[in-house]
Write a protein that binds this ligand. Structure first.
Ligand code: UD1
Length: 432
């Protein structure tokens, strides 16, 4: 099992290009199941998660061709026919979002058998809303022995889907299924995350008729067939936010490029409030901090455009050395403070009660051995390690590899002392 070792104390200075968004890329890849023509995705991140999904899609009949194009990495996905509608547990459990193949499979072939994703480390995370959405589109759903059997032999029918609360995955899943349904589908209380709009743009380029993504109401007029398209994956706002926090933590000046600052506005406002220099540019942001200590500020996670739950762990790491006490409230997932005890091993002063963590800033952190518990938690430990005195080693970093492309290289290019220590391979476990 690989580990990452960080020697704290170096400032970060330089440029970090932001990759394509993992959370968008994996839903766009699933969209390739909806057509017998090739879907070309550019600005693709190369991550463990995109590999997992590529493996599953191959098993279902998709040719997955990863190559370097004129604008960087791209993937061409071509499913001339669906050779299997079966997504087994061993592939779905590795990444929860694999479950999103269910809708496209039923939409295209009228049936599918897909494993339930199973439990994960950041809460119960059921898929009831996904299944309700497919039922609203006329699919017959049965659950047996950990598998979802979905059937719509005469095709899906447009319908009204009203989610009781916001779910990114269920909204995307409903969109992916409804594009080939007969008639109009209206999704109410839809998630508004930018990845939804990215999916709409891609689906429409494939011939779908989707309107309203990015707002709480999405309207989809079903079409009989989709065709191939080329689509560039939206920049990864979580990666951008993570490096913004890393720069704020380590000090120095880092320019994040190939992205859009408005995607992380809720974070940038908090960084400014804490006393960090933030300059929004045309294709990203410059983060600057010279020597002075940041002030503690409070955050509460919310659906987009609120403060992203996927940046909560990183922000907590930042607050461990700020002046004063910060209150961090997590409202999206229960049990998403598993990084807190690990940060405390580095000397952080944190108490957690229910959905709230109180972080009392300390003068300095001390390097230690710590363990990654999930994808975003793991990077928070790297961020803390950037300022901890001595060496911090983070184990179980397969979590990191799921979502951060060339992390050591990107941080290293800005002067961070980060290196990977090779170990035995290990199976990844699902989380986000
Ligand atoms: C996606 C992101 C993840 C991010 C999260 C919230 C991907 C691959 N992952 O996850 O990085 O942290 O959005 O921004 O895009 N829920 C149910 N029933 C359901 C579905 C969800 O109860 O059927 C609950 C979840 O347990 C959670 C909440 O709804 O408490 C929000 O989850 P959701 O928005 O669905 O997150 P994901 O799509 O899984």
């Amino acid at each position: 099992m690989d580990r990452i070792a960080i020697t704290g104390g170096a400032q970060l200075n330089g440029i970090i290009p932001v990759s394509g968004a993992k959370n968008s890329a994996i839903k766009l890849m699933a969209a390739s199941l909806l057509t017998d023509q090739p879907l070309r995705l550019t600005n693709m991140p190369r991550l463990a998660d995109t590999k997992f999904l590529g493996k599953l899609l191959t098993r279902l009949g998709t040719h997955v061709d990863e190559r370097e194009g004129p604008d960087g990495s791209e993937t061409i996905l071509h499913a001339p026919e669906i050779t299997s509608g079966f997504a087994p547990y061993d592939l779905v459990r590795q990444m929860r979002a694999s479950f999103n193949v269910l809708g496209p499979l039923v939409a295209r072939t009228g049936q599918a058998k897909v494993s339930l994703p199973g439990g994960c480390t950041i809460g119960a995370r059921p898929v009831d809303l996904h299944l309700q959405a497919l039922e609203a589109l006329g699919a017959k759903i049965d659950l047996h022995e950990g598998y979802v059997y979905a059937q719509a032999p005469r095709g899906l029918k447009g319908g009204e889907i009203e989610f009781p609360f916001v779910s990114v995955g269920a909204t995307e899943h409903a969109m992916l299924a409804a594009v080939l349904a007969d008639g109009v589908t209206v999704i109410k209380n839809a998630a508004c995350e930018p990845e939804l709009l990215d999916l709409q743009i891609c689906l429409n380029a494939m011939g779908a008729r989707v309107e309203g993504a990015g707002t709480p109401t999405i309207t989809i007029t079903g079409v009989a067939k989709l065709h191939g398209a080329t689509h560039s994956v939206i920049p990864d706002r979580i990666e951008m936010g993570t490096y913004a926090v890393a720069a704020a933590m380590a000090g120095g000046e880092v320019q994040l490029t190939r992205s859009r600052p408005e995607l992380i506005d809720s974070l940038l406002v908090k960084l400014e409030e804490a006393g960090c220099g933030v300059v929004r540019t045309e294709d990203g942001v410059i983060i600057r901090r010279n020597g002075h200590r940041l002030e503690a500020v409070d955050v509460e996670t919310q659906p987009y455009p609120g403060f992203a739950t996927d940046l909560q762990a990183q922000f907590m790491a930042l607050m461990t050395t700020a002046k004063g006490e910060s209150r961090i409230r997590e409202t999206i997932f229960e049990n998403r403070f598993m990084h807190a005890p690990e940060l405390m091993r580095l000397g952080a002063d944190i108490s957690v009660s229910g959905g709230e963590a109180r972080v009392r800033g300390v003068e300095r952190l001390e390097g230690a051995e710590v363990m990654a518990t999930d994808l975003r938690a793991s990077v928070s430990l790297v961020i803390a390690g950037l300022v901890a005195r001595g060496e911090t080693t983070v184990s179980r970093i397969y979590h990191l590899d799921r979502g951060f492309e060339r992390l050591e290289e990107k941080l290293g290019a800005c002067g961070a002392q980060v290196r990977r220590i090779k170990g035995e391979p290990e199976d990844a476990i699902d989380n986000d």
